[in-house]
Design a protein around this ligand. Structure first.
Ligand code: FE2
Length: 343
């Protein structure tokens, strides 16, 4: 643990797990490098958080989008509970999740904004997960499972921030592995059968990896793919909200940069996701996020991305240089083929 951590060591309550266990899990390795899932890339400080919250409120007023999503989430909970795991499992899970977040908020009050940011993100990803699950024609129980994974996918973020005061996995713990351990040690999934438990734990553990390893079980693979799509959808919403807020520059401390770095340009030209270590400036960061479009698993996600105009939003942030034009042509080729479009 860093000696200058702003937070005392965690360890209270059945929701939390031993730091040593998390560190061991992080070292276990899954064959893929950890990825910064977007919010990691935001250098989060108090100034940023205040801007984020103020910006988000303004954006909500302007777009009336987030509140609609929350209303839908509440309706979805009732619908899902009618069939999934019986006896209102999702409703109880959601209450426990809110209590879990409240525990951290109370115990580590200087991290309140960060915990609330992750709570809101988790609820939105639950909405996105259910929407994708319905969009690909899954049955009601499977929609419930997808929604459960969405709500729980970042559960490792809370002990991570409490312990290390950062969301950067590279200097703390792998929050996907950490989340799977939280679920196991806290018996969060006890009402589910063993097969469903494994599906949830696998999806949570792998949601943040740079790439999915080969998962031979087709159902496990499906849900692991689904949460990655849902997570990206909501991270792009958060990024757009911040950029449309009062202080978009609070989002990163990277230098603005004059052009795209060669390693990043090459990744885009080859339709590869961009390695986070290659990101040198804010232009690279835009392409890093564009690289997520290469890792979309379902047509419904592509449709949602297109309808929300996220690619056009990212594109509009870039200056006009020959190298950037080169990379954007490669993106356009991919988007044309994949059907995400240039909206
Ligand atoms: Fe995550």
């Amino acid at each position: 643990m860093p000696s200058d951590s702003k937070f005392p060591p965690f360890g209270k309550g059945g929701n939390l797990i031993m730091l040593q266990d998390i560190k061991m899990a992080s070292k276990s390795g899954k064959g893929c490098l950890p990825i910064l899932d977007g919010l990691d890339h935001i250098q989060i400080d108090d100034n940023y958080i205040n801007n984020y919250i103020n910006g988000q409120k303004r954006c909500r007023g302007a777009q009336n989008m987030s509140m609609k999503s929350f209303d839908r989430h509440c309706r979805d909970e009732k619908r899902v509970d009618a069939g999934f795991a019986g006896n209102g499992f999702y409703g109880r899970l959601n209450h426990r999740f809110q209590d879990y977040v409240a525990d951290f908020t109370r115990s580590y009050s200087c991290g309140r904004a960060q915990f609330e940011l992750k709570r809101d993100h988790s609820r939105q990803v639950a909405v996105e997960s259910a929407a994708i699950a319905r969009g690909i024609g899954l049955a009601a129980d499977e929609v419930g499972l997808a929604q459960t994974i969405g709500l729980l996918h970042d559960i490792g973020r809370f002990p991570q921030f409490a312990e290390f005061a950062t969301f950067n996995d590279r200097i703390s713990v792998d929050h996907g592995d950490c989340g799977a351990m939280v679920l196991r040690s806290g018996n969060w999934l006890a009402p589910l059968d063993e097969s469903d438990r494994q599906v949830v734990e696998t999806a949570v553990a792998y949601h943040n990896k740079a790439c999915l390893p080969d998962i031979s079980d087709s159902r496990m693979r499906l849900f692991a793919q689904l949460i990655r799509d849902a997570d990206k959808l909501d991270i792009l919403r958060v990024i757009r909200d911040v950029f449309q807020g009062p202080d978009p520059q609070s989002m990163t401390r990277l230098p603005p940069g004059m052009d795209v770095s060669e390693q990043v340009r090459m990744a885009i030209v080859n339709h590869d996701i961009v390695a986070v270590d290659a990101v040198r400036n804010q232009i690279d960061l835009v392409f890093f996020r564009m690289g997520w479009f290469f890792d979309i698993n379902f047509d419904i996600t592509r449709t949602l991305l297109e309808s929300r105009g996220y690619f056009g939003f990212l594109r509009a942030m870039l200056p006009d240089t020959a190298r950037i034009g080169d990379a954007l042509r490669a993106m356009d080729n991919y988007m044309g083929v994949s059907g995400i479009g240039r909206s």
